[in-house]
Write a protein that binds this ligand. Structure first.
Ligand code: C2E
Ligand code: CA
Ligand code: CA
Length: 791
């Protein structure tokens, strides 16, 4: 191993051990003394060399340690000189004592500064522990080292007079205890991991052990320089030199977190040392040493007080930690509660409707599942399906905010009518459902459904406006084996029936509705591709002027020739086409086909003939509607004057202002507008005044009573005709089946009519033939009535 600044300490350690061994081998006291002092001197010099080499931040501390070592070496030299000059014991105190005593403060300060630079700073607890160790050791030291000094070796009694020599002798153990406390403090508080510091601590310990042993042996007069005690002193020198030369001396190390752990390990040892005084008190009978009760008692009391203080503080600490733990567990519990609340919230959000807070579709299904699974045999599970009527118009006409408010109020009203475990759910849009999971009789469900219809009928006051609303409710009651899906679709089917039957009512589910429902789904699935496959066809029902029986035109009526289901009438599929919006492409096709066909008629009739085309409300709401009408006229070449568009009264009610504007546009094109099924809707007659329409088509239900001459059935028709005349509107009677009806209508002044009496709807070819036939007959001028009567 080469000697470098990094390996020097190993060389010193190795050589030091060799020299220590040599010390015991060399013969003669003088040689021994020389070796001993040389080792000390070299140590002091090497400490300075080490500091110069490694330049530690605590250089001052190491110089102090070097100084202390120098003092001790000089003290030894002085003693040796005494020895050489005179074989007798040196005086007490001597110059050596002065040098020794001068070394201690340097050593104190040195160790203190060196260890402090390694980041050690004692806490109150550490100081208490160190003090307990210190006081405990003082008891021990007093008993073994100091007390005996005070005893007169001749009389065996304790001397009382002042003796400087004895005082100085007694000072050493006290100072050693002081050094011990500083060193133990280093271990207690030290975070040092530097080998240099550890070597320093071991060196000082070696010195202390040697010192105590020396004191003890001196008192007994059995000290021998060739004995093992001097190993301690020599080792102290060697270790000090090695420490100062160790490269780690210059490193700044601070390892946080190791302090507390180390103090725990140290505690039993500290407590053991602290308990030494009481132990001596306990064992006093077995020792022949003089026994100093007051001193030992005092140190015992102090040690116990310190331990008590320490324990008290420990308790306080534990209490504090307990408190902290409690707080932490509290906050953990709170966090858990908060988490649970959040989970509940999320679960609620997942199962509830955001707007109204009602259960959503998923939650409703779950509740139906549960209700069906556990319903007792004497109880019924019933579902009321509620769909608001014309809600779309309100939503679009008044704004979605009002729409939302309206839905919220409806939800509240529905909630207010249920009792017990029943729940209200919002299925989306304007659809609600009430689940009765514990009804005594099916009639209870009917009662609830009626309540629903009546609470929705109550006017709503929103944004300073009064809004009236209605709803259609379907009721289904679960029987044995009914599934959730079946119950839902039965209630849906019944609701659909309620809509078809005129809305604002409740309908109880019947089995026939299921087949209708099945058919409905089947038909819905048949729409795609049906236009492309030319499954639809138009027929034309003739319309006559009643006064002179002249053919005025035809109403186009749609039919569906389904490849497997056969012929399907418009009453069955038009509502579905509207619901699925298939009516938009279908309606376009109808208008085009009707215009194209009607364009052929004038050449056959020798004059223009009208074509009336039925429209659906969805077509009117389509932004491309007007363009579509223009396009149909342009591409077919049909005169706008020949086209009549039929709309129902209810269409007008959805959005009166908007529709009126649109109809004005339509009329500006030259196209006429007819109100279909007039009389069945809710429009007040005076309201008609403002409507941009040309023709009223009196619904068949008002024509039917005209068949019975006894009845007063003609009053309504008479009123309509009079009103229409006032408003300069034309009138068309629908569904004339009997000559009596025709006579009555002529008498009442109705202008035109159509019905099976004259002709059902005809295919395109048949319609053309009809036109030609009529033209020929017309040339002979027979009246239509005569014509029919003669058939
Ligand atoms: P609507 O517009 O009131 O048409 C008159 C309906 O009464 C037609 O039934 C017609 O065949 C029938 N009818 C005519 N004369 C008589 C009669 O003397 N006695 C009886 N009992 N019935 C008569 P259809 O063709 O089944 O049409 C039913 C409804 O379907 C129509 O009522 C109309 O609302 C709708 N519809 C028909 N074609 C179309 C269409 O092309 N587009 C739209 N959107 N709806 C259509
Ligand atoms: Ca019609
Ligand atoms: Ca009609």
């Amino acid at each position: 191993m080469t000697l470098t600044r990094y390996t020097a300490w190993k060389w010193v350690l190795g050589l030091g051990v060799c020299v220590i061994a040599a010390y015991f081998v060399v013969p003669g006291d003088a040689a021994k003394d020389l070796t001993y002092n040389a080792v000390g001197l070299f140590a002091a010099i090497l400490i300075v060399v080490g500091v110069r080499l490694h330049r530690p931040s605590s250089a001052g501390g190491w110089y102090l340690v070097a100084g202390a070592t120098g003092c001790f070496v000089l003290g030894d030299v002085v003693l040796n000189v005494y020895d050489l000059l005179d074989d007798a014991a040196p005086p007490s105190p001597s110059v050596a004592d002065i040098l020794y005593l001068a070394g201690y403060p340097l050593l104190f300060a040195g160790i203190f500064r060196v260890t402090r630079s390694s980041g050690s700073r004692g806490s109150r607890d550490s100081w208490t522990d160190a003090a307990a160790v210190c006081v405990g050791t003082i008891g021990l030291v007093w008993h073994f080292l100091m007390g005996p000094v005070l005893v007169d070796p001749v009389t065996g009694l304790r001397t009382t007079g002042f003796d400087l020599g004895k005082l100085v002798t007694m000072t050493y153990p006290v100072l050693d205890v002081g050094v011990l406390s500083v060193v133990s403090g280093t271990i207690l508080w030290g975070r040092t991991r530097r080998t240099a510091d550890q070597l320093l601590v071991v060196a000082v310990f070696a010195m202390l052990v040697a010192d105590f042993s020396f004191d003890l042996l001196s008192i007994r007069g059995t000290f021998d320089a060739a004995g093992p005690v001097n190993i301690g002193f020599l080792l102290n020198y060697v270790l000090l030199a090695a420490a100062a030369l160790h490269p780690s001396i210059g490193r700044v190390v601070d390892v946080p977190g190791t302090r507390a752990r180390r103090r725990i390990y140290w505690l039993p040892l500290a407590a053991g040392i602290a308990l030494l005084s009481p132990l001596i008190l306990l064992l006093d009978g077995f020792s022949e040493l003089p026994f100093d009760r007051p001193i030992l008692s005092a140190t015992s009391v102090i040690v116990f007080s310190l331990i008590a203080l320490r324990v008290w503080r420990l308790f306080a600490q534990v209490r504090g930690q307990n408190e902290l733990l409690h707080q932490q567990s509290e906050s953990l519990r709170w966090a858990l509660t908060a988490q649970r609340m959040l989970e509940d919230d999320l679960r609620h959000q997942a199962s509830h409707d955001g707007l109204t807070g009602l259960a959503n579709r998923g939650q409703l299904r779950e509740r139906i599942d549960q209700a069906l699974a556990r319903a007792p045999s004497d109880r019924f599970v019933a579902l009321c399906f509620c769909d608001l009527d014309e809600f779309k118009a309100i939503n679009e006409g008044m704004g979605h905010e009002i729409g939302d408010d309206l839905l919220t109020v409806v939800a509240k009203r529905l909630n207010s009518i249920i009792r017990g475990t029943a729940i209200v759910a919002r299925l989306g849009g304007d659809e609600f459902a009430v689940l009765l999971d514990d009804a005594e009789r099916p009639e209870d469900a009917v009662a609830v459904a009626e309540r629903i219809v009546s609470v929705v009928r109550q006017p709503f006051r929103l944004a300073d406006r009064s809004i009236t609303l209605s709803c259609s409710v379907g009721v289904a009651v679960a029987g044995p084996g009914t599934t959730t899906q079946a119950l839902l679709s039965e209630a849906d089917a019944a609701m659909y029936e309620a809509k078809s039957a005129g809305k604002d009512r409740m309908v109880f589910f019947e089995v026939a509705m299921r087949s209708r429902l099945l058919e409905k789904t089947a038909l819905l699935n048949c729409f795609p591709g049906s236009l492309e496959r030319s499954e639809f066809f138009l027929e034309y029902q003739p319309q006559f002027r009643l006064s002179d029986q002249a053919l005025e035109g035809f109403e186009a009526l749609i039919g569906w020739r389904h490849p497997t289901l056969g012929m399907i009438g418009p009453d069955r599929f038009i509502p579905l086409a509207e619901e699925s919006r298939f009516i938009l492409p279908l309606g376009r096709w109808i208008l085009m086909a009707a215009c194209r066909e009607a364009a052929k008629w004038p050449s056959r009739a020798g004059r223009p003939l009208d074509v009336a085309v039925n429209l659906s409300s969805w077509q009117l709401q389509d932004p491309g509607f007007l363009d579509m009408v223009r396009g149909a006229l342009r591409s077919s070449g049909l005169a706008a004057r020949s086209l009549v568009l039929e709309i129902t009264e209810s269409v007008l009610m959805d959005d009166p202002a908007g529709i009126a504007e649109l109809l004005r546009e339509v009329r500006r094109l030259g196209v006429r507008v007819a109100i279909d099924d007039f009389g069945t809707g809710f429009s007040s007659l005076s309201y008609l005044r403002q409507l941009p329409v040309d023709i009223l088509k009196i619904d068949k239900s008002f024509i039917d009573p005209l068949n019975d001459p006894e009845s007063e059935g003609d009053a309504f028709v008479a009123t309509i005709v009079r009103l229409a005349t006032d408003l300069r509107l034309s009138t068309v009677a629908e569904g004339i089946e009997h000559p009596i009806q025709l006579d009555a209508l002529v008498r009442l002044g109705c202008r035109s009519g159509q019905g099976y009496l004259v002709s059902p709807s005809l295919g395109p070819v048949a319609a053309q033939n009809f036109i030609e036939d009529h033209r020929n007959r017309n040339d002979r001028r027979p009246s239509v009535v005569e014509l029919v009567r003669n058939v």
